[in-house]
Design a protein around this ligand. Structure first.
Ligand code: TIU
Length: 233
């Protein structure tokens, strides 16, 4: 049986490995972990020895996508990686691994690193959530692990996800894999995700679209914005 209302609202985006089609009413923009601790100089990301400028290039294109999504009334969901002040939700292995100059929970220039409620744990000013936009606090890399995200999307009948945020091969990849296994169709916006390692970013995106779109689709935000420009709110 045909569904005329749904068809009228279908948006098609040129993507890899093939065009990605979605209905705005059943689609959410997911903004993953655009937090000061990952993006600002002196935060946790930099303490791991990383070059934060590799992540900061995502801010401007993401601002434009966020503005378009809000104008169209799309569901927008933000996530933040972090832990309770007593670290009871942080596996010791996660805290002790590697040799960062500062560990999760240690004091840093933006408060205790990756601890909920601290300045550094919150989202960068440029992409601050507006009232009504859910913010999911997650203890892991994946946004579905130990969070209310799946239930929240289900309540809103969301089946498609426009995925943005950091980092491409860590929290974005883990979340896309989790989402794909749960039946969500994910479009990853290549210029709105970033990695401290350019080669991981490139290969991470290739891995998503390979094998006929084994985890999802990949497109540039300019192609999404062009397609949304012709969409009916
Ligand atoms: N959000 C996210 O990707 N967390 C990380 O720890 N990423 C790294 O690349 N380290």
């Amino acid at each position: 049986m045909s569904r005329p209302v749904a068809h009228r609202h279908l948006v098609q985006v040129p993507a890899r490995p093939a065009a990605y089609a979605f209905e705005p009413a059943t689609t959410a923009l997911l903004v993953i972990d655009m937090q000061r601790d990952f993006l600002e100089p002196g935060g946790f990301g930099e303490s791991l020895g990383n070059d934060v400028s590799q992540l900061r290039r995502t801010i401007d294109p993401l601002r434009r996508v966020l503005a378009a999504a809000r104008a169209l009334g799309l569901t927008v969901v933000h996530t933040r990686e972090g832990h309770l002040p007593d670290l009871s939700d942080c596996p010791p292995a996660k805290r002790q691994r590697g040799a960062p100059s500062r560990r999760i929970g240690d004091p840093g220039p933006y408060g205790r690193i990756l601890i909920r409620g601290e300045y550094g744990h919150d989202i960068v000013d440029e992409l601050a959530p507006v009232p009504g936009e859910p913010v999911i606090d997650k203890p892991g890399k994946g946004a579905f692990y130990a969070t209310e995200l799946d239930g929240l999307l289900g309540e809103r009948s969301i089946t498609s996800l426009l995925v943005t945020g950091v980092t491409t091969e860590v929290c974005v990849h883990t979340t896309v894999r989790e989402a794909n296994d749960r039946g969500y169709e994910c479009l990853v916006l290549a210029d709105c995700v970033g990695s401290y390692f350019p080669q991981f970013h490139t290969v991470g995106l290739e891995m998503i679209a390979a094998q006929g779109g084994i985890f999802g689709w990949v497109a540039d935000s300019t192609d999404l914005l062009a397609a949304l420009g012709t969409a009916t709110p």
